[in-house]
Design a protein around this ligand. Structure first.
Ligand code: SF4
Length: 325
C-alpha cells in the first residue's frame, strides 16, 4: 500500500473542501481499502468522514431520511425499513457478509466501484483502471459482466444490491457541495460507461452525499430476488427488486429494478408499462421481459443472463401477484 496522509473531517465544509482539492473520503472503507492494498486506488490524502455524525434514520415527509453513514446492517434491521420497505431490507441482507454489512455505510455502498475481476488484475487491460488501455473482459471471462447499458469500452456490472432496491423505491440522494444542497434521483447518480468508464457518478467536485431520501412507501407487494453462484457472499448473476399492485386480477402499478445485468442499477419504464393493465399470469412477465431484454448486448459467457433474467421476472411476478406456479 502506498503511503497517504490521514485526516479526520472537522465538519461537512472541511470534507467538501478537501475532496474538491483531490482528497478521497473514507467511511467504512470496505471497498476502498481493498483497492488501496492492491494499489489500484492510491489516494495521497484520505479524509475520514465518520465524525460527521450522519448515522440516523428518521421519518421525513411520510418517508425516511437515511443518513449517509448509517451502517448497512442497521438499515436492514430498522423496524420501519422492515415494515414499510421490505424490499430494501431483503436486498441489504442478500449483499456481502454480516461483517461487511456492520462496517459498510449507506453512501459507501452507493459509491462502491462498478467493476469486474479484470479491474483488480493490474496485468490486464482495463479502461476503468487505466483509461485508454482497453478492456480484457470483452473477449475474456465475462460471465459476471453486464448485458444492459454497456459500451465497447466497459461491460462491468454495478455490484450493489441495496442500490437496486432503492432505485425501485424512487429514492433520492441528498448532496451538499460548493454550490449548495441538491437532490439527485438515485437512478441519475450513476453514469453509463460510454467512452469514460472511469467516471462513474454525476457528483460535482466537492459534493458529499449526506443522506438517502426514501419517499412514502408504495402500495403493493415488495420482493427482492437474487440469483448467485453461492448462497451468501456473492454478487448477483441477476437480481430484481419488484413492487407490484394488483386489482381485480390485473396489474395496476409496477416498479422493477435489476441488479447483476446492468452497468448501473437498471430500471426500464417501458418494461414496467408493458405490465400495466395485464391480467396476472405468465403473459405479463413475457411482455415485460421482451421489452427489457430487447436492448441486451451479450459477450459470450454472459449470454445466459438474458434467459436467467426472463425467468427471474416470471418468479418475481408470481410472488408479487399471488399467482400460483
Ligand atoms: Fe475494466 Fe470495465 Fe473492462 Fe472490467 S469491463 S476490464 S472494469 S473496462
Amino acid at each position: 500500500m502506498k503511503l497517504f496522509d490521514y485526516h479526520k473531517a472537522t465538519g461537512l465544509s472541511d470534507a467538501q473542501t478537501k475532496t474538491a482539492a483531490g482528497a478521497t473520503l473514507i467511511a467504512g472503507g470496505t471497498n476502498l481499502l481493498d483497492l488501496m492494498k492492491l494499489e489500484i486506488q492510491t489516494p495521497e490524502v484520505l479524509v475520514d468522514i465518520n465524525p460527521l455524525g450522519e448515522d440516523e434514520i428518521a421519518e421525513q415527509d411520510g418517508g425516511l431520511r437515511v443518513g449517509a453513514l448509517v451502517r448497512n446492517a442497521a438499515l436492514a434491521a430498522h423496524p420501519l425499513v422492515r415494515q414499510r420497505y421490505p424490499v430494501l431490507s431483503r436486498a441489504l441482507l442478500s449483499g456481502a457478509s454480516g461483517q461487511i454489512r456492520n462496517k459498510a455505510t449507506t453512501a459507501g455502498n452507493l459509491l462502491q466501484r462498478t467493476r469486474c475481476a479484470y479491474f483488480y488484475d493490474t496485468a490486464s487491460a482495463c479502461n476503468k483502471r487505466a483509461p485508454g488501455s482497453g478492456c480484457d473482459a470483452l473477449e475474456g471471462r465475462n460471465r459476471m459482466n453486464a448485458i444492459l447499458g454497456v459500451s465497447e469500452h466497459c461491460i462491468a456490472a454495478h455490484p450493489s444490491d441495496m442500490a437496486v432496491a432503492m432505485v425501485a423505491l424512487d429514492a433520492e440522494v441528498a448532496v451538499e457541495g460548493p454550490e449548495g444542497a441538491r437532490r439527485i434521483a438515485l437512478e441519475d447518480l450513476y453514469r453509463l460507461p460510454q467512452d469514460r468508464p472511469d467516471q462513474e457518478t454525476t457528483l460535482h467536485p466537492g459534493e458529499v452525499i449526506t443522506a438517502v431520501i426514501l419517499p412514502p412507501p408504495p402500495k403493493g407487494r415488495q420482493t427482492y430476488l437474487k440469483v448467485r453462484d453461492r448462497a451468501s457472499y456473492a454478487f448477483a448473476l441477476a437480481s430484481v427488486a419488484g413492487i407490484v399492485s394488483v386489482d381485480n386480477g390485473r396489474i395496476t402499478a409496477a416498479a422493477l429494478a435489476f441488479g447483476g445485468i446492468g452497468a448501473k442499477p437498471w430500471r426500464n419504464r417501458a418494461a414496467e408499462a408493458a405490465l400495466l393493465g395485464q391480467a396476472v399470469g405468465p403473459q405479463a412477465a413475457e411482455a415485460a421481459a421482451d421489452v427489457l431484454l430487447a436492448d441486451a448486448v451479450c459477450h459470450g459467457d454472459n449470454a445466459f443472463k438474458s434467459a436467467l433474467t426472463r425467468r427471474l421476472i416470471h418468479r418475481a411476478l408470481r410472488e408479487l401477484t399471488g399467482e400460483t406456479a
